[in-house]
Design a protein around this ligand. Structure first.
Ligand code: ADP
Ligand code: NA
Length: 346
């Protein structure tokens, strides 16, 4: 059997939050810790994806370091996992261009994610309107091709992502097929999506997923938030005025989100329903205090490690890890690109 190559990415668009942690980063660390020695793991901080929306340069640099510190704080080990900034490996953009020359515009225009980003900026029926098309940035439209390049560059066999990314993975498989049809079997299609079932919702709009792209910082709990900040955010979280605590995601999305988060962390492995049962006679204020304590304690060791890394960085610790990671990633990318350039005639 072929060795496993695992690739995944996170955008440096803010300090990672509970959704990133429970839906992705925790799984990345587990995959690393359970991997056989022949398994390769590549985890990228995808800064080129972050600039599909306008970024302040100093803030982007800060978010990149904070994201790198988070990956280390959750237990990724640079000796075992290749951790790197996407832009430090220029082959990502080279392969993206090459894939663009065989990829189908029709498939790309069926991707829902850019449509929803347009919807956020009030461009609902975007594709139908000429003026909306004029404002639509090419990079926001074509970034699934970059994402396909990220994966195919390393011959990734396994890609751990949330279910929101399933469509993009299917697109990456199509990109490989379309390239291989023209040029021969060079690119490896990722076989398996390792999807985490854990989904964390926004504290402010609990029918939307918690995301770094939401303006309001109170909508998410960052992995470096202390107990007091977590308490403030949970106190302000949108719940409801129904008496008692019960798990009912349809009718009580706010309360159910807190119960789900508690169950993901629960050391006794209790389900959200079981936790609801245990909390059922609490007032909302008491329940929120219980949730705050549970979540804050569960994040404590990650938060402490994050703070140690960020506070003791005079020695270029993070820069050295990023450089070493990108050198390793580049050596591997070179192998794919040599074969790709050869069959094309470049
Ligand atoms: P964000 O939407 O916060 O900017 P990213 O696009 O950087 O997140 O995604 C990084 C990883 O975190 C992806 O694997 C994604 O599926 C996962 N993820 C993001 N938000 C959530 C969430 N609210 N619940 C579960 N997983 C999430
Ligand atoms: Na996102």
């Amino acid at each position: 059997t072929k060795a496993h190559i695992i690739f995944s990415g996170i955008q440096p668009t803010g300090v990672p939050h509970l959704g990133n942690y429970l839906g992705a980063l925790q799984q990345w660390a587990r995959l690393q810790n359970e991997a056989s020695p022949s398994t390769q793991l590549l985890y990228s901080i995808v800064d080129l994806h972050a600039i599909t929306i306008n970024q302040d340069a100093d803030q982007l640099r800060r978010w990149k370091r904070e994201t790198l510190a988070t990956l280390l704080a959750v237990g990724l080990d640079p000796e075992r996992s290749t951790i790197f900034y996407q832009s430090a490996v220029p082959e990502h953009t080279e392969l993206m261009w090459i894939l663009s020359c065989t990829a189908s515009v029709g498939h790309l225009s069926r991707m829902t994610q850019w449509k929803s980003k347009l919807a956020l900026s009030d461009e609902v029926s975007a594709l139908d309107s000429t003026s909306a098309k004029a404002r639509l940035k090419l990079g926001l439209f074509s970034y699934p091709v970059l994402q396909a390049a990220d994966i195919l560059l390393y011959g990734a066999t396994h890609v751990p992502v949330g279910e929101d990314q399933a469509q993009h993975l299917e697109f990456a498989r199509q990109c490989a097929d379309q390239f291989n049809t023209v040029h021969g079997e060079i690119l490896v299609k990722p076989q398996t999506v390792l999807s985490s079932a854990k989904r964390v919702m926004s504290l402010k709009e609990p029918r939307l997923k918690m995301s770094k792209s939401h303006q309001d910082l109170r909508s998410r709990i960052q992995i470096n938030d202390g107990a007091e900040i977590i308490g403030d955010k949970i106190r302000l979280a949108l719940t409801d005025s129904i008496t008692g605590v019960s798990y009912d995601p349809e009718h009580r999305p706010g309360v159910s989100n807190l119960l789900a988060i508690m169950s993901y962390f629960d050391e006794e492995g209790r389900t959200a329903e079981e936790l609801a049962q245990a909390c059922k006679s609490l007032s909302m204020r008491q329940f929120k205090a219980t949730a705050t304590k549970a979540i804050s304690e569960s994040l404590a060791s990650t938060r402490d490690k994050y703070n140690r890394i960020m506070n003791h960085d005079e020695t270029h610790y993070l820069d050295d890890i990023a450089t070493e990671g990108s050198n390793k990633a580049r050596r591997q990318a070179d192998k794919t690109m040599a074969a790709v350039r050869q069959v094309i005639g470049l």
